[in-house]
Write a protein that binds this ligand. Structure first.
Ligand SMILES: CC(C)(COP(=O)(O)OP(=O)(O)OC[C@H]1O[C@@H](n2cnc3c(N)ncnc32)[C@H](O)[C@@H]1OP(=O)(O)O)[C@@H](O)C(=O)NCCC(=O)NCCS
Length: 180
């Protein structure tokens, strides 16, 4: 049977928002947590465009906040699925800030996220393969396997940390009775 495929460009999602005072911190720049919520939201839309079913966020790779986004700027998020495993999908999100008075644009953040497609019983479900077409898409896709391997290593390290806390008798404040 022929493997189901989806073109990378058919997974693209784009969102633009204005940065309001309630989105900012005491320095007048955007809250990282607010931007993370936008990133997770748009990335999940791209993942669902690929698998056309429910997904969960499995992990967010390091998010580099490259430039501050200021109150009154617009923020544009572009997402697309860059690599697919069996049930997992890697999504790249690029965040661009625009100073609306001058038109100056800059990349404010970049992040890779991994989503897992779930079946009716909440178990990981196979996804269609994403197909790159342009040179940029091909590069992102070819380098995806390496990033996925790195995530596996990182997940194993998290498991070690969980095992450590599970046997620890201390809370963070040093009192007894931790044990997660
Ligand atoms: C994500 C989740 C479904 C994975 O379940 P699991 O039992 O670990 O499943 P598996 O080990 O079979 O892994 C399934 C796929 O997820 C990938 N995966 C699992 N954990 C991952 C992680 N931390 N980062 C990246 N990929 C991950 C695996 O590599 C595998 O990919 P593949 O099928 O393409 O080879 C499960 O850990 C979960 O439900 N987590 C909570 C998700 C959630 O609530 N998200 C919202 C955040 S509040």
């Amino acid at each position: 049977m022929e493997e189901k495929t989806v073109r990378m460009k058919d997974t693209v999602s784009i969102k633009t928002a204005l940065v309001f005072p309630q989105d900012t911190n005491m320095h007048g720049t955007m809250f990282g947590g607010k931007l993370l919520a936008y990133i997770d939201d748009i990335a999940s839309i791209s993942a669902m465009k690929l698998c056309r079913g429910p997904v969960v966020t499995a992990s967010i790779d390091s998010v580099d906040f490259i430039k501050p986004i200021r109150e009154g700027d617009s923020v544009t998020l572009e997402a697309m699925v860059t690599w697919t495993g069996r049930s997992s999908m890697e999504v790249l999100v690029k965040v661009t800030a625009e100073h609306l008075m001058t038109g100056e644009k800059s990349i404010a953040a970049l992040s890779f996220l991994t989503f897992v497609s779930l079946d009716e019983s909440g178990k990981p479900k196979p996804v269609p393969k994403v197909v790159p077409e342009t040179n940029q898409e091909k590069w992102l896709n070819e380098t995806g396997q390496r990033r996925a391997r790195y995530r596996k290593t990182r997940k194993n390290q998290s498991k070690e940390l969980i095992a450590f806390f599970a046997q620890s008798e201390e809370d963070f404040n040093g009192t007894q009775g931790g044990n997660v």
